[in-house]
Ligand binder design. Structure first.
Ligand code: ZN
Ligand code: ZN
Length: 235
């Protein structure tokens, strides 16, 4: 990446816009809202501390032009019953050890789980029961940050469109986390009929993430753990 050398310098970054297709999926697909999670063989479907199995909101293969995560399979799980904002817990200037499992006051653990899987070859036997399974299409574009901010859209790669001041975090392993994916504010995910409502959600027939905050996923490029991803929330 070039060094900034003036007010108007703009560096285009490889990115892929993520589009949600309209036609329900009938079979496992690697890039999907809901659907059949592709997990590493030793990785179980995550449960929330409240006992509910977490909802698979979306999953996708990170495209080959997006180092250092290219080839990883990204999955975002979030509890239906717990709808809140993330709150970074730090110690010695880093996220706390095993922050993906650590207390998230007032909760004993996080109510979400973001995974980067590297050996995810097989889909789960059953699809996510609560969300409509829909295909995701990734369309490459060049994200040209304006005044340091990338495009405000559902995307993987590019630059975050920070709603507030940029946030940077050091992983518990000492590596600086790197931005990988953004989910826009108030994005709603369609639920199947007959599902319980989500507290504080916008619609009775949709679920959302992190109280509707915009989500910027920062992940550990050292891959110190499949769950070493921090979801920054802003609005
Ligand atoms: Zn929960
Ligand atoms: Zn790490």
């Amino acid at each position: 990446m070039a060094e900034p050398d003036g007010q108007n310098m703009r560096v285009g970054l490889p990115a892929h816009a993520i589009e949600v297709g309209p036609d329900p999926l009938a079979r496992p697909t690697r890039n999907s809202v809901g659907g059949w999670p592709f997990l590493d063989e030793d990785q179980k479907w995550p449960d929330c501390f409240c006992g509910e199995r977490m909802v698979l909101f979306f999953q996708l293969d990170i495209p080959s032009d997006l180092e250092p995560f290219s080839g990883d399979h990204l999955l975002l799980f979030h509890c239906r019953a717990h709808n809140d904002a993330s709150d970074p817990q730090m110690t010695d200037g880093r996220l706390v050890p095993r922050y993906w499992d650590a207390p998230q006051p007032p909760y004993p653990r996080p109510f979400w789980r973001v995974l980067l899987q590297r050996e995810a070859t097989l889909p789960a036997a059953e699809p996510e029961p609560s969300l409509r399974a829909l295909p995701l299409t990734l369309r490459p574009f060049t994200d040209v940050p304006a005044e340091g901010l990338g495009a405000q859209t559902f995307k993987v790669g590019g630059a975050p469109s920070w709603a507030q001041f940029p946030e940077y975090y050091q992983c518990a392993c000492g590596t600086e986390l790197v931005y990988v994916c953004q989910v826009p504010e108030d994005m709603e995910f369609a639920v199947r009929p007959g599902q319980p409502e989500q507290p504080y959600s916008v619609g009775a027939d949709t679920y959302g993430l992190f109280l509707g905050n915009e989500v910027y996923l920062l992940a550990c490029p050292a891959h110190c753990d499949p769950a070493a991803v921090w979801p920054v929330n802003q609005n």
